[in-house]
Design a protein around this ligand. Structure first.
Ligand code: SF4
Ligand code: SF4
Length: 819
């Protein structure tokens, strides 16, 4: 029989942790106040042992998130934190940084490692790489479909975990640099600035394209999969995870309880459960990528905030009330006095304006399809509400009451099942074995059983007595009994042994689970520099027109990063004929079914720029590989591991500023570090195709008409900056920063550090811009111009302006105070 997957719930802090326990979570994940992808919440190290023992006492596992990239200066603090997590008895640590996997293995070999969704794992190659680094479980990317998950399950033997509910990122987790680019913060460091939830205008071939009510073209809905649980159960997924460490206890309680019931098969999902989950938090629910690619569905784009439940549409506004046409949700959970509502006018009001909303005072049914809603005096500005506006219920007192059952519990609400095996044989002592997870309590009577004069022990009478678990944290699960010789077992004995078994189980589940640790000390810095030599210029182009200009500039290598891999042949031939070293860039994401792309790349005779860790694992025997920024090397341990996997060179993650890049180069091998000296930062890398969603009615490449091949698009933000959008071979889109990011202020320091490989990356630049930018960098790298001249030289080629962007070095780096 296949095991049920565990339900894993989020906890920002104590109220959520307690709600998850009462609502039936099998495990709870939470972060500390540092090294966690949700920097604004979490437990302190002092609170950690109590948090874990609170969970363990109720038979719930505790996983600690350690899912940020870690900088070199933080490695000692990271090592101490890992030690503390293991000592406190965590059941696993959830990790993004490859170097932290290795560190955790050295410090606490018995502490399980789970690969975070921040590792951007999308295929079996990625899972195997994580396993090799010590992970026993991997959380797959949220962009995978049910069939793709099933394929990965068949191809690997690692425990797999998927998200089943909660917020989606528009970008692949671990691949979003928008906060880094625009806010000097980093999503890979737990400081997402939510740039995907901002309004943007669509610019197509330099003209604004009206988006009607879709003012938020990068803001996805929230994942919801209750109806998909019966299809997920047979797959053999180990854990179903609920997103939401920033959400409140009510959200944790109701989502956990709903998925608990669905996994236990307690209900056939009805509209009621959906409405409750929609009510507690939602920006529009759906299975999204789990049900396969449909670019029309992921982003509805009307709004970026919690909306609740869509209840109808405004028919008319009267002096003191509003008439609406209710929808089907009203028959499932009717509107009533006390409900909070909001009027959504996304199709005619600007995104910056406040929405009208308030609490309903009266509800009158006029006709089957007309409701009249009354509000308190002056609660609404009636002039700002129009016929046709959507009406959402944003809060519901009934749903609040449902959540209170879990959030304000004084007795155990969800009682975890115990499995009992009984031996009742005349002439032998009565014995019971009570099991909960890995814990088993054995209890027995001191004297042999006698035969009953009349009716002896039966399975039914046994079940009746053992089910009396009252206010304990348990409920009777399976019961197996060997009953021979019509034994007489006094009820008092059954009760006494039942209480003993419960006490023993309590002691076992609440016992500390510390893992042994070995202290870690930072290895001595033993860089092994390759011969320095002259600086080399590498140019990355995204079109045949850019290629011609790049060839004319004669850099040391040119990388082709094309939408159509197969269509790059003529360019590759031309490049080879020019005598300039060719290189081809891989996609950042490869899913099951995209093996042809990996095969194509592996057969190319030229160098490769590898952007996916799974692909690196597959190609690692091959020469001429450079690992790109998307491998997220943020410290010397990770960089060294990646270089040792067969890379010739490595580009550090864009989470490092210029001086951190310099330090990383000094600590590894500066001759094998390739820096990006000019680029538009790739801010979002997303499965959601903006071209398909807004320039076609199609759902995928099969019926979209391929607008990506005929149009250049960008997204214009509220400051008027136009961020280019480019599609890749797998139809994934990259949104690039509008401003050109350059390293003029840092080139001298990088050269002094021994860095010799400098890359320029182009997005929408025309031939003249490519020519001028290449010439400017060549002049600087050959000493004909000073780096201080670069800014002036580049300013002519950057209509959206220049920026230091992610390379900016703040005056004072934040200091971690840990232990
Ligand atoms: S896509 Fe980026 S900006 Fe949006 S929520 Fe995710 S990490 Fe934050
Ligand atoms: S073919 Fe182009 S427009 Fe169509 S889904 Fe793919 S990337 Fe998007």
């Amino acid at each position: 029989m296949r095991m049920k997957p565990e339900i894993m719930s989020p906890a920002g802090h104590w109220p959520q942790l307690k709600a998850a326990i009462e609502a039936g979570a099998d495990s709870v994940y939470f972060g500390l106040t540092h090294f966690s992808a949700r920097a604004k919440v979490g437990f302190t190290l002092e609170e950690l042992p109590e948090a874990l023992s609170t969970l363990h006492k109720r038979g719930v596992k505790g996983y600690v998130t350690f899912n940020t990239l870690v900088f070199d200066r933080e490695l000692e603090a990271a090592a101490k934190t890992i030690e503390a997590i293991a000592t406190a008895g965590a059941d696993a640590i959830i990790v993004q940084d490859l170097g932290i996997c290795s560190l955790a293995k050295q410090i606490a070999p018995d502490l399980e490692i789970h690969g975070s969704t921040q590792m951007s794992i999308t295929n079996a190659d990625g899972v195997r790489l994580a396993q090799r680094l010590g992970a026993t479980r991997v959380n797959l990317a949220r962009e995978l479909s049910l069939d793709e998950i099933a394929k990965i399950r068949q191809e690997t033997d690692c425990e797999l975990e998927i998200f089943v509910h909660g917020a989606l990122c528009v970008a692949y987790s671990g691949q979003c640099f928008s906060s880094e680019a625009w806010g000097g913060r980093s999503a890979n460091r737990g400081q997402c600035a939510q740039a995907c939830r901002l309004p943007y205008e669509l610019i197509v071939d330099n003209h604004a394209e009206p988006l009607a009510d879709a003012r938020y073209p990068l803001s996805p809905g929230d994942l919801y999969t209750l109806e998909w649980i019966p299809k997920l159960l047979p797959l053999g997924i180990s854990s179903l995870k609920i997103e939401g460490r920033y959400k409140d206890a009510e959200y944790v309680a109701l989502t956990t309880a709903a998925y608990r019931k669905a996994v236990d098969g307690v209900f056939d999902v009805t509209g009621q459960e959906r409405i409750q989950l929609e009510q507690v938090y939602s920006r529009g629910l759906g299975p999204f990528f789990l049900s396969g690619v449909n670019h029309q569905k992921v982003v509805e784009g009307r709004g970026p905030r919690h909306r609740g439940v869509l209840m109808g549409r405004v028919l008319e506004t009267l002096p003191e009330s509003i008439r609406i046409e209710p929808n089907a949700n009203h028959s499932l959970a009717p509107l009533k006095p006390g409900d909070g509502v909001v009027f959504d006018a996304a199709d005619w009001r600007s995104p910056q304006e406040k929405e009208e909303g308030g609490r309903i005072y009266t509800v009158r049914s006029l006709k089957p399809n007309v409701l009249e809603l009354g509000f308190a005096n002056n609660a609404l500005d009636w002039r700002r509400i129009r016929k046709g506006d959507l009406l959402w219920r944003s809060s519901d007192t009934e749903v609040d009451k449902l959540a209170k059952r879990f959030t304000e519990a004084t007795q155990p609400v969800y009682r975890r099942p115990v499995d009992v095996v009984v031996k009742a044989v005349v002439g032998q002592p009565f014995e019971m074995q009570w099991s909960r997870g890995a814990n088993t309590a054995l209890v027995a009577a001191g004297t042999p059983l006698e035969a009953a004069a009349r009716q002896g022990l039966t399975l039914d009478s046994l079940r009746d007595q053992l089910s009396r678990l009252g206010a304990t944290a348990y409920t009777l699960g399976t019961l197996e009994a060997t009953i021979e010789g019509n034994p007489f077992v006094p009820v008092s004995l059954l009760n006494q042994l039942r209480r003993q078994a419960v006490d023993l189980l309590d002691q076992m589940t609440g016992a500390p689970r510390s893992k042994p640790t070995s202290p870690w000390s930072k290895p001595a810095n033993e860089p092994n520099p390759t011969t320095a030599g002259e600086p080399q210029l590498h140019v990355l182009v995204r079109s045949a027109r850019q290629l011609d200009a790049a060839i004319a500039a004669a850099p040391d290598s040119i990388t082709l990063d094309y939408l159509d891999l197969y269509g790059l042949w003529p360019s590759l031939e031309k490049l080879k004929a020019s005598g300039i070293a060719p290189r081809v860039a891989s996609p950042r994401v490869l899913k099951p079914g995209e093996d042809k792309i990996a095969d194509f790349l592996s057969k190319l005779s030229c160098a490769l720029l590898v952007r996916s860790a799974g692909l690196l694992d597959r190609l690692k025997q091959r020469p001429n590989l450079t690992g790109d920024f998307s491998l997220n090397a943020a410290n010397a341990i990770t960089a060294q591991m990646l270089l040792e996997m067969g890379l010739e060179r490595l580009t550090p993650t864009h989470d490092l500023n210029a001086s951190q890049i310099e330090a990383l180069a000094r600590q590894t091998d500066p001759g094998r570090i390739e820096v990006v000296a000019y680029q538009h930062l790739p801010v979002f890398h997303t499965e959601h195709c903006v071209f398909c969603r807004f320039l076609s009615k199609g759902t995928s490449y099969l019926d979209c008409g391929r607008p990506c091949e005929d149009h250049e698009i960008s997204l214009q933000d509220e400051q008027g900056r136009r961020h280019p959008v480019v599609a890749d071979v797998g139809c994934r889109n990259t949104v690039f920063g509008a401003q050109a990011q350059h390293a003029a202020a840092h080139i001298e320091a990088w050269l002094r550090a021994g860095i010799r490989h400098f890359r320029l990356e182009f997005v929408h630049e025309n031939e003249e811009q490519v020519r001028q930018i290449c010439a400017a960098f060549q002049a600087v790298l050959t000493g004909r111009k000073k780096p201080s001249d670069l800014q002036r030289l580049l300013s002519h080629c950057a209509p959206e302006g220049l920026t230091e962007g992610s390379l900016f070095v703040p005056k004072a780096e934040p200091v971690f105070r840990i232990l």
